[in-house]
Design a protein around this ligand. Structure first.
Ligand code: PMV
Length: 354
């Protein structure tokens, strides 16, 4: 079968390779209804980022232990533990007893607070399923990726994606669905990396602390349905002002919830706040279409239109503490080699990050 995925290398026959893009949530996921099966308390909505990709090669080797190398360095702690949650589920389904040899490469700084766990665990789920000879649908792959990292379940799809929280305790109804493909709307995301020490509270720990101690957590959860509906409508009309407005509101509410935890979770650094002020100023004073969002770290992602990027780059790059700006278009779905056996809903052959 002819391979459609140009980014993929030919590996040994027992190995499989997958490339997945990172994603950022415009309506945030912040809170779990269950740690078993990693289930969210609410839905979320994201866009896939073409410029941030993880390429993972994986083979199962009987008698070997699991080994994870990320960007040339062996990882034994939390990254391997997350990977095992996905690997064990794949081994279970395939009745496999073999260690996984995993080599994962990111084209962006790993562990910098960018969404490397989303692209990484999505690519891992795809590569592991293919190497184990499984033929899951994208829906099943999304559930597998979710086990390692919630946001990873959204990285199976390209374009504009919604994660359905589901209600079942086994998590079978909690997976991501594509709302619109990448070419539905030509938006740009500018990822502003800010100078900051690497230490942060991982999102799982942050969410658990927030749910246990923040007096605002109930209101945060209650507001998500309305934000999701507003974001869906804005997307349907390709209305950037509405989409950006609800994205900023969701981000600020999530951080307000986290700030009110005990002890309070403050993910921002000085430059993060300067960027927020600059975004608002440029919008109000110059009428430029740009909107910010921030995850569990200090970096800021800005949503804008392709024609605005050129004028924004020098203005945003001049903010003290901004060390790098990565420009991204909207990305496509996961690519897997060898492709998974076709079945309804399985990875389309033409699917590739654009
Ligand atoms: O997927 P996790 O467990 O790393 O959590 C992601 C949490 C946020 O990035 C803050 C929000 C989101 O929806 O991606």
């Amino acid at each position: 079968m002819e391979q459609s995925a140009s980014l993929l290398d030919q590996g040994p026959p027992s190995a499989a390779q997958a490339v997945a893009c990172a994603n950022i949530a415009l309506v945030k996921y912040w809170g779990k209804r269950s740690r078993t099966h990693n289930l969210p308390a609410q839905g979320s909505l994201s866009i896939t980022l073409q410029a941030l990709q993880t390429k993972t090669t994986l083979s199962f080797v009987p008698g070997e232990r699991d080994r994870l190398v990320v960007d040339g360095e062996e990882r034994s702690q939390s990254a391997l533990e997350k990977a095992r949650l996905v690997l064990d589920a794949v081994r279970d389904r395939a009745s496999l007893q073999a260690g996984a040899q995993i080599d994962s490469q990111n084209n962006f700084p790993y562990g910098s607070g960018l969404a490397s766990s989303a692209s990484g665990l999505a690519a891992l789920a795809g590569a592991a399923a293919a190497a184990a000879g499984l033929s899951p649908s994208l829906e099943e792959l999304s559930r597998l990726a979710r086990l390692g990292s919630g946001s990873a379940c959204r990285s199976l799809h390209g374009g504009f994606v919604e994660w359905l929280p589901g209600q079942r305790s086994d998590g079978e109804d909690s997976y991501a669905i594509p709302l619109y493909p990448a070419d539905y709307w030509d938006l740009r995301v500018l990822v502003l990396l800010v100078d900051a020490p690497p230490k942060k509270i991982p999102s799982t720990q942050g969410m658990l602390r927030t749910a246990e101690t923040s007096p605002y957590h109930r209101s945060w959860l209650q507001g998500v349905q309305d934000d999701l509906e507003e974001a869906r409508q804005a997307l349907g009309k390709r209305d950037l002002e509405r989409l950006g407005t609800v994205a900023e509101a969701s981000c600020l509410k999530m951080h307000a919830d986290a700030l009110a935890a005990a002890p309070g979770l403050l993910y921002w650094r000085g430059p993060t706040i300067e960027i927020i002020h600059t975004v608002r100023q440029l919008r109000q004073q110059q009428g430029l279409p740009l909107y910010f969002t921030i995850d569990a770290g200090p970096h800021v992602k800005i949503l804008t239109l392709p024609e605005t990027v050129e004028s924004l780059l020098p203005l945003l790059g001049a903010i003290p503490g901004v060390s790098q700006i990565i420009e991204s278009a909207i990305g496509g779905p996961i690519q897997i080699n060898p492709p998974l056996a076709q079945k309804e809903g399985a990875v389309p052959e033409s699917g590739k990050p654009q």
